[in-house]
Design a protein around this ligand. Structure first.
Ligand code: ACO
Length: 322
């Protein structure tokens, strides 16, 4: 049986930092409010001219190095992003060019904050089907570009960043199962209402911003994330106690705490990085994974559960042996 196992991880945050006290000067908010309601202390934002592909490139180079392979050995690139550099080509194609490789399939996946989970699930199926040995899976965002920095309801929550993994075909256990869902009925609760074929003028003028009904999103996120964990464990006849690490989408510490409480998973088995970079959408799960791998918390052979929830709504999970 062929598994897809994580051979290497990488993460990258842009240099420019926006603290809560910086935001106090921009909108009517306070460090105390932001920390109490979200757990976020700071976020990183791309400089003018710094793009999603720039961040993705740095995270990818680190993941490739950690996997001990050469970029030329990559057979597939799947990029999760909501904030593509260009209308086309896909950011995956732009990344392929940066990495100096040619010919392998490369495409983007759009599932907002669940994007990385979707991308891993897609890449895993390619590996299992045969023919792909090394897949580069990236979650990268410059969400700061679709944030109205005068809207305190949203601007305190988001940041930019990128995370990547090399998924490698292996006889040893890797990804155990993936679970993906979506429900477009909820499209209005969290959205950028303008796009290429609808309201393009807004996009061109840089006025296409994230709108969110935060309270409603919060409640549905907590319930849904609890359900997806139960679904994942049931599908594999596993108990909550079988999970060594929960790596949740990093949107809000209160969502993470509530999910962990519901699942009776102690917080010292939950990877939390939201305080350091805010909600980086598709980059959030691979960034958290990379931090805990590099600081030695996550070890080979341990069972990891990654889960996310985002615009659409979309939600999903990946259960794996690291
Ligand atoms: N600073 C100060 N006050 C604020 C701010 C701010 N940045 N934003 C809102 N407020 C005020 C509100 O105006 C309101 O004032 P009022 O009581 O006078 O009307 C008060 O704070 C409380 O507002 P609520 O919206 O009820 O605050 P809540 O506790 O729900 O927290 C938050 C808001 C943080 C947005 C929360 O609802 C949330 O985290 N929702 C989930 C959203 C999310 O994470 N989305 C990301 C994408 S989906 C995902 O990734 C899971």
């Amino acid at each position: 049986m062929t598994y897809a196992r994580i051979a290497g991880t990488g993460g990258y945050l842009p240099q420019k930092v926006l603290t809560n006290s910086d935001l106090e000067k921009m909108v009517d908010t306070s460090d105390q409010w932001i920390q109490e309601r979200t757990g976020i202390k700071k976020r990183h934002v791309a400089e003018e001219g710094e793009t999603t592909c720039d961040l993705a490139e740095q995270a990818s180079l680190r993941a490739i190095e950690a996997a001990g392979i050469d970029a030329s050995e990559i057979d597939l690139i799947v990029m999760a992003t909501t904030t593509a550099d260009q209308v086309f080509p896909s950011t995956a194609c732009l990344l392929q060019r940066r990495l100096g490789i040619r010919g392998c399939p490369a495409f983007d996946v759009q599932a907002v904050c669940t994007g990385f989970i979707y991308a891993v699930a897609v890449a895993e199926k390619f590996i299992k089907a045969g023919g792909i040995r090394n897949a580069l899976v990236v979650g990268a965002e410059t969400f700061s570009r679709i944030i109205d920095w005068t809207d305190r309801d949203t601007c305190v929550l988001f940041g930019d960043g990128a995370g990547a993994v090399v998924l490698q075909a292996s006889d040893a256990a890797g990804i155990i199962s993936t679970h993906l869902h979506a429900d477009g009925e909820y499209k209005d609760l969290l959205q950028v209402p303008a796009g290429i074929s609808n309201g393009y003028a807004q996009v061109r003028e840089g006025n296409a911003f994230t709108e969110m009904r935060g309270n409603e999103v919060f409640k549905i996120a907590v319930t849904t994330l609890g359900r997806i964990v139960d679904e994942t464990l049931e599908a594999n006849n596993m108990q909550k106690s079988d999970v060594d690490w929960l790596i949740p989408h990093q949107a809000n510490i209160r969502i993470i705490n509530a999910t962990a409480r519901k699942l009776k998973i102690p917080m010292d088995q939950v990877v939390v990085t939201v305080g350091e970079h805010g909600n980086t959408s598709a980059a959030s799960v691979p960034l958290a994974l990379d931090v805990a791998v590099r600081d030695g918390r996550i070890k080979r052979g341990e069972t990891l559960l990654m889960e996310a929830f985002g615009g659409g709504f979309t939600w999903g999970s990946v259960l794996l042996t690291y």
